[in-house]
Design a protein around this ligand. Structure first.
Ligand SMILES: NC(=O)C1=CN([C@@H]2O[C@H](COP(=O)(O)OP(=O)(O)OC[C@H]3O[C@@H](n4cnc5c(N)ncnc54)[C@H](O)[C@@H]3O)[C@@H](O)[C@H]2O)[C@@H](O)CC1
Ligand SMILES: Nc1ncnc2c1ncn2[C@@H]1O[C@H](COP(=O)(O)OP(=O)(O)O)[C@@H](O)[C@H]1O
Length: 281
């Protein structure tokens, strides 16, 4: 483990020495991921995150989205169980039931109202057992910036982009993203994955160096959050899921470059590369 002031560079060798759990049983042994998000105009964010979690190895997938999108989404992702949110974004009993039994809950992709998200998170987290692993992304991070107590020291990975990091920090993150990731990890007692910089609340930190401009594409953050959720589902601990997830996200982009160049690929194309990127290690 590196000391608290140093970042360890994430290389294939480092990851090979830190192997992912390789559950040998059926899908039950690789965890159930519940993705809660998808407001009226952005249901696709949940599709990206959910399918990415399966590509990263999750056993089962459940999606909760704006009610009007539930049927089309269930057809677009036949691998998932899909349930609808109430019109004001409130969780239904059905969603709370799923939250009570999921191994991993990814909150935020595609939500678009911070107050609705605070309410939704409060209800979902009240129902989720303490051992449930969490991934907070997008508007779940906006909700956390308003109510820092929401997380309550659970096992969690936060995956902010730079805008979300600014909301969480209460200022622009500036040039020292390693320090920003560390500050957020300490403040929220959670693993933070910020633009290639990963910090654990206990002090260790890592740096992923294959990130590039092509990853800055609509929906890319949703994919990254989904990969981390899938890795947690198959049994990785939060720091391991964040490090493997940052690598799998960035290298999936590099693998698309021969076809599209370094920019211009789509977030959904990243999803298609995730399983083989992970398997290549
Ligand atoms: N904008 C787009 O074209 C797309 C958005 N998508 C999803 O749609 C949602 C909105 O994304 P945008 O990038 O448009 O987000 P915004 O530009 O509206 O906000 C960026 C971030 O700022 C934070 N925030 C916003 N209002 C806040 C407030 N009042 N208090 C505290 N924090 C606040 C949230 O954490 C939010 O994720 C996200 O959940 C994202 O996953 C994706 O589905 C892909 C397409
Ligand atoms: N130029 C870049 N270099 C390295 N990583 C990047 C770059 N652009 C984006 N990323 C990575 O991809 C993630 C998602 O990109 P972003 O444009 O913020 O998408 P979203 O709005 O979907 O969150 C970022 O949080 C970061 O980890």
């Amino acid at each position: 483990m590196p000391n608290r002031s140093e970042e360890q560079v994430i290389t294939p060798a480092l990851l090979r020495d830190w192997p992912l759990p390789d559950p040998q049983g059926g899908k039950e042994s690789r965890g159930t991921v519940l993705v809660v998000g998808g407001a009226r105009c952005t249901p696709g964010a949940v599709l990206l995150a959910g399918v990415a979690s399966l590509r990263a190895g999750a056993g089962r997938l459940q999606l909760a989205v704006a009610a009007e999108s539930a049927v089309p989404l269930s057809i677009a992702v036949p691998e998932a169980k899909v349930v609808g949110l109430a019109p004001d974004g409130a969780p239904t009993d059905e969603i709370l039931g799923l939250a009570g039994s999921a191994d991993v809950i990814a909150l935020g992709p595609g939500l678009d109202d911070v107050d609705h998200t605070v309410r939704l998170m409060r209800a979902v987290l009240a129902r989720a057992p303490e051992e449930t692993a969490l991934v907070l992304d997008a508007y779940a991070l906006g909700a956390l910036s308003k109510e820092p107590g929401l997380l309550d020291r659970r096992r969690a990975v936060l995956t902010p982009n730079l805008v979300e990091a600014a909301h969480l920090l209460g200022r622009e993150p500036g040039d020292d993203l390693a320090a920003a990731a560390r500050e957020l990890a300490e403040r929220h007692h959670a693993v933070v994955s910020l633009f290639g910089h990963i910090a654990a609340p206990e002090g260790p930190a890592w740096r992923e160096e294959s990130g590039h401009a092509g990853l800055g594409t609509s929906g890319s953050g949703d994919v990254r959050a989904g990969i981390v959720a899938g890795l947690l589902g198959r049994g990785a601990d939060p720091a391991q899921a964040a490090c493997w997830g940052a690598y799998a996200h960035a290298v999936s982009g590099l693998r698309l470059a021969p076809r599209y160049g370094r920019i211009g690929f789509l977030a959904r194309e990243l999803v298609d590369e995730v399983a083989s990127t992970i398997a290549s290690l």
